[in-house]
Ligand binder design. Structure first.
Ligand SMILES: NC(=O)c1ccc[n+]([C@@H]2O[C@H](COP(=O)([O-])OP(=O)(O)OC[C@H]3O[C@@H](n4cnc5c(N)ncnc54)[C@H](OP(=O)(O)O)[C@@H]3O)[C@@H](O)[C@H]2O)c1
Length: 340
């Protein structure tokens, strides 16, 4: 873990799901923290004492001022959850803002730059498990721009002497996540429909395990210049995960299955109509890809080089996540009666 230094640790995307967990972990270890956020109004959930800088991450001068004096940077901000972006929006945030941060990090002599990429840069995994030697094959604009950003970060390591480490998380879940919340909710109320057979693999990582892995990338000498897949201990067929969630909820496992291709077509049409109007499409290709693209990875490199060891089994992680969803009222306890 980071030795407590007087130079602040800078986190981007700090008001996002993973960023909030990372900032809490760093703050509880006593590190001075600075965060870059696009809306300070959302920073209320961050620990007291965090230095909040509200700025447009695509503005190079504002980014340079916020980076000044930082020791380590964890760059998590990304255009990710919203599907209403035009392609330029993904390029501006995922690549342009990363370039701004990398340039500023070189100029101010940052000690470690942890760039958060994604296993999505590998696209569909036809021959599981994939690892860090698997060829890139991004499948959509998010994955293409994340790949471009990852390559950019690595080039700053090679050519500009910046101590860069790249994390490629698998699917992140845990308390506070609103992405898989949708799946939990639909399984809870019996409206979850499996597109396809559900036999593609899905590889999840509990957010605390990921946060621990990111901190290893931020501190371990052997992380510099390297890429690490950070996932949970195991991957499972999607239908197995849906069944595990149903069991935890006390409801019947989803049984309705539909072919995926009509939804792929519908997603494509919805995106074409909605995105130019800046409207979040009700269905989009990446949502359908969730059911059709296999994602299964080896975490052996992070284990061997960094000593990364995920601590939270999927069963336990789903339980902890569900407890938070129930406690916060995101899901009501009602469906538990559905088996009766
Ligand atoms: N979730 C996953 O399953 C997954 C898997 C692999 C990799 N990743 C990567 O992991 C990182 C964290 O993911 P997450 O799930 O925690 O994402 P998240 O909750 O969507 O957080 C993304 C953060 O980026 C910020 N952001 C987005 N657009 C921005 C902009 N124009 N200017 C400034 N900040 C902006 C968001 O700000 P607001 O808080 O204001 O919205 C948010 O804080 C991302 O780099 C993502 O690509 C995620």
């Amino acid at each position: 873990m980071n030795a407590v230094s007087s130079r602040p640790i800078l986190v981007t995307g700090a008001t996002g799901f993973t960023g909030t967990h990372l900032v809490r972990a760093l703050a509880s270890a006593g590190h001075p923290i600075r965060v870059i956020v696009r809306s300070a109004a959302k920073a209320g959930a961050l620990p007291a004492g965090v230095d909040v800088r509200e700025l447009d991450i695509t503005d190079p001068a504002a980014v340079a001022a916020a980076v000044e004096g930082a020791g380590t940077i964890y760059h998590l901000a990304a255009a990710y959850r919203e599907a209403a972006h035009r392609d330029e929006g993904y390029w501006q945030v995922n690549v342009g803002a990363t370039r701004n941060l990398l340039e500023a990090a070189v100029a101010s002599g940052v000690e470690r730059f942890v760039h958060c990429s994604t296993v999505g840069v590998l696209g569909h995994i036809a021959h599981p498990p994939a690892d860090e030697t698997t060829a890139y094959s991004p499948g959509d604009i998010y994955q293409r721009t994340k790949l471009e950003a990852e390559l950019l970060a690595l080039s700053f390591g090679r050519e500009r002497g910046l101590p860069v480490a790249v994390a490629r998380p698998t699917a992140i879940y845990g308390p506070g996540d609103t992405r898989l919340l949708k799946m939990f909710k639909m399984i809870a109320n019996g409206t979850f429909v499996m597109l396809g057979k559900g036999d593609i693999y899905y590889h999840m990582v509990y957010v605390d395990d990921l946060v621990h892995g990111l901190q290893l990338l931020g501190t371990h000498p052997a992380a510099v210049g390297e890429v690490f897949i950070l996932g949970g201990e195991q991957y499972y067929p999607l239908k197995t995960i849906a069944g595990m969630i149903a069991r935890q909820l006390g409801v019947r496992p989803p049984r309705v299955r539909l072919p995926a291709w009509p939804f792929q077509m519908a997603g494509s049409i919805c995106e074409k109509v909605c995105v130019p109007l800046g409207i979040e499409p009700p269905i989009y290709r990446r949502r359908v890809d969730f059911f059709t693209k296999s994602r299964a990875f080896s975490i052996e490199k992070a284990r061997r080089v960094l000593g990364y060891r995920p601590q939270v089994s999927l069963e336990t992680g789903l339980r902890l996540t569900l407890d938070e969803y129930l406690g916060s009222g995101h899901i009501t306890a009602g469906p538990v009666a559905a088996l009766a």
